[in-house]
Structure formats: structure tokens, C-alpha cells
Design a protein around this ligand. Structure first.
Ligand code: SF4
Length: 422
């Protein structure tokens, strides 16, 4: 979400005539876009803001802005703590900064900025719903990003068209819980309706969405993913914990069984779907036996990818107020390690089956001297038989897989199936 917000602000500043610089020393405007989902992230932001103080003192004309989740509805405390910061911006609220930069440049930002869209790239994000109504006990998001607010379908489709006209081939529709998209809009359209709208955008080749919630992933959404040709067969459905008591304390609103049934429904509805999930280990009170339920779920479902984190208390959450973070640090790390070892084994097996297969890969860029892209299932694929200097960005190619690992695939191009820009 923050990457998407930063791209949109970059687009606005770009339209005002500013261009990116490689260091804060060179820049006239410095924006820190803060994430506070974990305490360590917030600590990092604090370190960086503090670091900017001497730079601002030496160059008082530099504009320093602090944006994102660290900025709540009231900024008095932040203003007192960081008086050298020129402007504080809540997530997606770019206007005060644009006004300030416009004032310094002697221009009216209203007059020069078109619709805020991300900077052109092969694959990019479009935020579709802001905030979250769920209030899981470990999570700070609803407090910092507020309640759910969906953007109208027409706005999102228009943005997708603009992006596609600028060369973007793939968009990921983004939200804390995209499956609840639309309930607050007139006529209550859902994510399936939105996917159909974006799928119809001419020059776009792929559509993805992130992140889902097991309780809101409806049959209509599943059917839409299966029926719409550009919507990729990949779903990230966090389960967070395998034990029912832990799930209840987390206030996730489903049981282990409910989750398994939802996965069955998805696999039945979308053949060849790949699955990712998010897991927290060592949540307040989690016993070893309860953690084993998490491992068992992993083992039974066999996800393609797992994002796992050890629980840490986040001030301001229900868990921080009412629960004790009582699983020792070493135990959390041991659980994380056990989970990662199991997942490595599972992903090795899943990816090994792709050896010798041919698949469509949208090339996104170069990494460590090789071109890379993703297949429809969101697997990272490195291309080995194309010179790194041959421009491949944005091309859809068919790749024959000749090497696999738990984290990525490698292959060579069999034939160019689509020439980009024709
Ligand atoms: S659904 Fe996700 S974003 Fe919303 S409160 Fe729960 S963990 Fe946080």
C-alpha cells in the first residue's frame, strides 16, 4: 500500500516538474512515507526523521515531509517532537505537500496535476479500498488507516486505462481487505464486478488483487477470477494461526475448519490456482501444541508461498492493551524456523513439478544480470537465454522451465508470444 501511495505522490510531483534524486542531500523535497505496522518499522522511520534534522538545519529551504501511517488525525505531538518537519500528511493525503511545493515554485498545483496515477512501469498497483473494518486484536491498521472506504469502479477503471495507455501491462488492485470492496458504495458492487470492469481495459494484459480475507472471499469473487481471462490465478488468503482458540483471541472471525473449506471452494472454482498466506507465530498465549496446528495446516494445504512473522506487540492495539506477550523470544524464533523449514520443503516439491513446463511470463526487469518476470501464478521466473542488454521489459514471452528452487524458477524463451507495443 505504501509503495502504491509513494508512486502516486511521485507522479503528482513529477507533473509539477520535479524529478527523483538519488540522495536526500541532492533533493529539494524529501518525503518519508512511514509504515508502522510493526514497531521495528516505526523505529526505523524515527531514526530517519532524526537523521534529517542536521540536513534541514543546513538547508532551511529544503522541504521535509512525513507521510503515512505514523501521522494520525492529530499532529500536535509530532509537530512538537519534529519541529523541523515542514508538513505532516496522513496516508493518501498529498494535497498539503503539493500546495507547499506549489507555493515555493510559484505555481498552482491544481492547474498542472492531472489524475493521480502511479508512475509507468510494467506492473503497478492501484489502491481500490482504504482502511479496514476488521479490528484483529494484533493489528494497528484500522486505527491508522481508518474505516473501509472504497473508490468508485469508474475511477479505478479510468486509472487502469490511463496506466495501460502509458505502457503498464499488469495492475494489482490493492487494499487491506479487497474482498470487502464496494459494500460502502451505491448499489454495493463487489470485487467481482470491479475485476470485470478492469478486465475489459483494452491494453492491459494481467490483473491481480491483494489482500483477501477468508470471511469476505465470496463465490462471486471466486467465479469472477475463474471466468475473467486477464485475472491471474493467484490468491493471497492470510490464515494467521492454525488453532481455533488462537484464532478467536486474534478475533479473526473463522475457525481452522472454515478456512480449510474456503480453500477447497477456491481450488474447486479456480483450477490451477496458486495460494499464498500470512502467518503469525508466537501470538499471546500460543502453546506449542497450538503452534503444531499451524504447521499441520501448512502441511495439509501446501501453499505456494508463506509470509511468516514472529508476533511483536504493537502499541495501540487490543492485544497490547489486554493481553500478555508471553511466548519467549527464543521460542518464537524456533517456531519461525520450524515453519520456514517446512515451507521450504513444500515449495521445493510444488515448484519441482514445473520442471519442463512452458508458461507465459511477463518480463518486469533485470536483476543480478538476468531478465526476470512472473507467470500467472505469481512465480518469479529468471530468463537465462536472453542477453541482459536486449530490451525485454514489458514483453510477454513463453518460457520453458529448466531449473526450479523453492523461491524461483529459471528457464529459456521458447518463442515470443506477444510483441509489446504493436
Ligand atoms: S483484516 Fe488485516 S488489516 Fe484488517 S485488522 Fe485484520 S490484519 Fe489488520
Amino acid at each position: 500500500m505504501n509503495v502504491a501511495d509513494s508512486e502516486r505522490l511521485e507522479s503528482a510531483l513529477g507533473q509539477m516538474g520535479l524529478s527523483p534524486k538519488s540522495s536526500p542531500q541532492e533533493a529539494d523535497v524529501i518525503v518519508l512515507n512511514s509504515c508502522v505496522v510493526r514497531q521495528s518499522a516505526e523505529d526505523k522511520v524515527i531514526g530517519m526523521v532524526t537523521h534529517l534534522k542536521p540536513l534541514k538545519q543546513e538547508n532551511p529551504d529544503k522541504v521535509v515531509a512525513l507521510m503515512g501511517c505514523m501521522v494520525g488525525p492529530k499532529t500536535d505531538a509530532l509537530e512538537q517532537r519534529y519541529p523541523y518537519v515542514d508538513v505532516f500528511l496522513r496516508p493518501q493525503q498529498y494535497q498539503p505537500l503539493l500546495d507547499l511545493v506549489g507555493e515555493r515554485m510559484g505555481i498552482d498545483p491544481e492547474g498542472c496535476i492531472g489524475p493521480l496515477v502511479a508512475t509507468p512501469d510494467v506492473a503497478t498497483y492501484i489502491p481500490i479500498i482504504h482502511g479496514c473494518d476488521k479490528f484483529c486484536t494484533f493489528c494497528i491498521i484500522p486505527y491508522r488507516r481508518g474505516r473501509e472506504v472504497s473508490r468508485p469502479i469508474e475511477d479505478i477503471v479510468r486509472e487502469a486505462e490511463l496506466l495501460a495507455n502509458r505502457g503498464v501491462k499488469e495492475v494489482t488492485l490493492l487494499g487491506q481487505n479487497v474482498d470487502s470492496y464496494g459494500h460502502d458504495l451505491p448499489g454495493a458492487p463487489d470485487l467481482g464486478d470491479l475485476l470485470a470492469g478492469v478486465n475489459a481495459v483494452d491494453k492491459l494484459q494481467r490483473v491481480r488483487f491483494l489482500t483477501s480475507h477468508p470471511n469476505d472471499m465470496s463465490e462471486h469473487i471466486i467465479d469472477s477470477v475463474a471466468a475473467l481471462d486477464k485475472v491471474c490465478e493467484h490468491i493471497n488468503l492470510p490464515f494467521q494461526a492454525g488453532d481455533d482458540i488462537v484464532l478467536d483471541i486474534m478475533r479473526r472471525g473463522y475457525t481452522n475448519d472454515d478456512y480449510r473449506r474456503k480453500i477447497e471452494q477456491i481450488r474447486k472454482g479456480i483450477p490451477n490456482v496458486s495460494l499464498a498466506t500470512d502467518v503469525i507465530v508466537g501470538f499471546c498465549g500460543e502453546t506449542d501444541a497450538q503452534f503444531q496446528e499451524t504447521l499441520k495446516l501448512l502441511q495439509d494445504i501446501r501453499f505456494d508461498k508463506v509470509h511468516a512473522a514472529a508476533y511483536s506487540t504493537r502499541e495501540g492495539t487490543i492485544a497490547a492493551r489486554n493481553m500478555v506477550d508471553d511466548v519467549p523470544h527464543d521460542e518464537k524464533q524456533a517456531r519461525l524456523k520450524a515453519l520456514e523449514a517446512l515451507q521450504e520443503q513444500i515449495a521445493t516439491g510444488i515448484n519441482a513439478k514445473l520442471l519442463g513446463q512452458e508458461m507465459d511470463v511477463l518480463i518486469e526487469g533485470r536483476k543480478r544480470g538476468r531478465w526476470f518476470g512472473r507467470n500467472r501464478n505469481d512465480k518469479l521466473v529468471f530468463i537465462e537465454n536472453v542477453d541482459v542488454d536486449t530490451e525485454m521489459s514489458g514483453k510477454m514471452v513463453q518460457v520453458s522451465i529448466n531449473k526450479t528452487s523453492p523461491w524461483s524458477l529459471q528457464g529459456s524463451i521458447a518463442a515470443a508470444v506477444l510483441a509489446v507495443g504493436d
